[in-house]
Design a protein around this ligand. Structure first.
Ligand SMILES: [Zn+2]
Length: 89
């Protein structure tokens, strides 16, 4: 796991981290960094909630098992959230 340089960079990695985080595959140190980031990043919390909803609907924890369209949608959703956060200032 590469070192997290900045929040923005972290957000861009979060789509992958969320998968491992929810399935319990994230190593403890990374999970702690992830949770610390969640406390200061509503965008990532929102994405996590959306992803959890997607899992409930699609019953899979793994992006690989999701339809490509859903993975793309989740990624696009997250990119938009980041963009909105940036332009709001
Ligand atoms: Zn974030």
């Amino acid at each position: 796991m590469p070192k997290v340089e900045s929040d923005k960079e972290f957000c861009e990695q979060a789509t992958r981290l969320v998968t491992d985080y929810l399935s319990g595959d994230l190593d403890r140190q990374t999970a702690e960094i992830f949770e610390a980031h969640l406390k200061q990043c509503p965008d990532c919390v929102s994405f996590l909630e959306t992803y959890k909803g997607a899992i409930r609907a699609g019953k899979s924890l793994d992006f690989a098992d999701l339809p490509v369209s859903m993975e793309t949608r989740l990624r696009e959703f997250f990119k938009e959230r980041i963009k909105l956060g940036r332009t709001k200032k």
